[in-house]
Write a protein that binds this ligand. Structure first.
Ligand SMILES: [Mn+2]
Length: 276
């Protein structure tokens, strides 16, 4: 039995299945963790979702920004698809209702007590412990699973404010910040504000910006975290980071690799994505 965490699939269904073949993944014995952004930008998002849904308890998923975007589009048909969105196939599918229901039931943060490993799509603010992250993620999941509150949140979730955590935040602002950290963050300013423009590798970025996982005194530190969302990070370089930080989005949708890590022995497995 093994637990494999896989980075952003983004509709790369063929690569996903080739990776599972390489892992000799057996859904009756093995577990699959998926770090969010299963959909969008790539060619076969519907096939990815249908396959992952068929895995039932063998798959553990956390939602990424592209899943939230898909949910927002499904709730508000006046919202226009962006020019790089490739999720019309899901929105037009007769299975949309079943898919939306499933997505709304998926968490935004996962912690495994036996493996002592956490998974998030993007990152965590330094103010949160692992327990805080679980609590705040649950709070947002609760909102998403509510018909009325969920719809209202998805309507207002776009935009970059508020950009710093304050326990006193309430309502939409509170949920926006929680969603932005868990599904969109990469860098913080020295004062602890989220910074959304910069997406490059830390070695190319002005020193005043700090990757979320290097923020000093981060309360979550001590627990290994596997995450996606940041395709310019190199997994090999950062896996050495005190064996705590495992960035596994290796840019499959950009023609690079789709990568899995086995959480028990930290071995990496990759398949190359064909350039489309
Ligand atoms: Mn993402």
């Amino acid at each position: 039995m093994a637990t494999y965490a896989v980075g952003d699939i983004q509709g790369c269904y063929d690569e996903f299945r080739r990776l599972l073949d390489l892992l000799k993944f057996n859904p009756d014995k093995d577990k699959l963790w998926l770090a969010g952004d299963l959909v969008n930008r790539g060619p076969a998002s519907l096939a990815v979702l249908k396959y992952v849904m068929s895995l039932k308890d063998a798959a553990t998923v956390v939602l990424g920004n592209h899943e939230l975007h898909l949910l927002a589009l499904s709730q508000n048909r006046q919202l226009k698809l962006g020019k790089n969105d490739t999720i019309a196939q899901i929105l037009d599918s007769p299975e949309l209702d079943r898919i939306v229901k499933w997505l709304r039931a998926q968490p935004l943060f996962h912690y495994d007590n036996e493996l002592k490993f956490a998974m998030v799509h993007a990152g965590l603010p330094p103010e949160w412990s692992i327990n805080d992250a679980l609590m705040h993620a649950n709070e947002l999941s609760h909102i998403l699973s509510d018909e009325v509150e969920g719809k209202n949140f998805l309507k207002h979730m776009y935009g970059n404010e508020p950009s710093i955590w304050d326990e006193r935040l309430e309502g939409i602002d509170r949920w926006k910040f929680i969603a932005d950290c868990l599904t969109r963050c990469r860098y913080f300013t020295p004062n602890g504000y989220l910074e959304f423009e910069e997406k490059r590798h830390p070695s190319l970025v002005k020193v005043s910006l700090q990757p979320w996982y290097l923020m000093p005194n981060a309360r979550w530190r001590g627990t290994p975290i596997v995450f996606g969302h940041w395709a310019s990070l190199s997994v090999t370089k950062h896996t050495s980071l005190e064996n705590q930080i495992f960035p596994i989005d290796t840019g499959a949708v950009w023609g690079r690799d789709l990568t899995a890590i086995s959480l028990e022995d930290k071995k990496l497995f990759s398949v190359s994505a064909k350039v489309t």
